[in-house]
Design a protein around this ligand. Sequence first.
Ligand code: PMP
Length: 422
Amino acid sequence: TTADRALLPVVGADTLVPLVDGRQVPYANLDYAASAPALEAVAARVVEVLPLYASVHRGAGYLSQLSTALYESARATVARFAGARDDDVAVITRNTTDALNLLAGCVPDGGRVLVLDIEHHANLLPWVRSVRGSGRTATVVPAAPTVAGTLTALRDELARQPYALVTLTGASNVTGEALPITSVVALAQEAGARVAVDGAQLLPHRAFSLADSGVDYVAFSGHKTYAPFGAGALVGRRDWLDAGTPYLAGGGAVRDVRTDRALWQPAPARHEGGSPNVLGAVALAQACDTLAALPTGALAAHEDALRTRLLDGLADIPGVRVLRLWSDSADPVGVVSFTVGEHDSGLVAAYLSAEHGIGVRDGRFCAHPLLARVGVPGGAIRASVGVGTTTEAVDRLVAGLRAYVTDGPRAAYEVVDGCWAV
Ligand code: PMP
């Protein structure tokens, strides 16, 4: 695979952006890990369904019934995409952050949660924030410099005290690396704990199955999975979700209400109070179906080709350091973070945008403890790829960085409101 062409068509791929010298160039989008562009198939589906939606779950009219059917069928598609078991439940959420906060309210009272220090804040803060009165607590274990050492650290902690849940990233949003999930599942099961996976950076990039992996819960986001903003999912074991704290109290989440008490629905309705995001769920489901229809291995091959090309290009640029969590990790997804000598990452990112029309992300990527762990507490630059990325974008990034280290920026940059700007 050369990745000379997009693997799937995405909308906006030929958008022109202005450069500081007045030219317009096609946008080189290397920021898929933050939010990926919508697939053309998703955009077409949204246009198709937009005229059809009406109130969901409550209306008697034809379009209300159609909307309800669309919404529930989207839920089933999302569950299938996550490889759900027959008795698993899929809750439609706003995004991964929403899904993990929801799950945090469903861990049985008194349950302990084990988490590593390399997580995105969305898979750290919901657990370390104490849930008042529930007795739930979290232990944050520092990752070791190797995968093997990190698994040992998890095993040791699981042996020290009982845990209800181990929660880990399916792929790091900074380095693209992950622990082997099946090894973590084996350790957790031996200790009687469940496993949750933050799939925000995994499900857009690799096939995943709850049933095959033995993982109990997975969370992911539509806007990173080639659907527009606003919908995500939490999929997994029914019992905790049926019994957990209703995530959004309101209409639709209850069976019967008196002024002094409410009889809550089981999941998923229990956690979906208020009018649901039908269009978002339909878009997410279309993205799931389109990704699932790709030939086995095609997604990984496309991303690997781009990632390898990027790493080869970066290796030739003096001063570039690619961030790695572990010396023995295998098959990272298409997310690469790096620093350029002592150069300010925000300045380099602003230069790439203003002088080359390249979109990357810079900063600390909502993973401050991870950045501290890999020794760049001040931040880095992240390039990430996906189905719409081609070698051309990667080559432009490498050329842009080379021009930066040899010639430096041509325009004058300054910090405005905490951000670098021309
Ligand atoms: N986890 C990971 C690994 C992520 O990359 C992100 C998004 N950067 C999140 C969680 C949070 O996703 P969202 O902003 O869609 O809730």
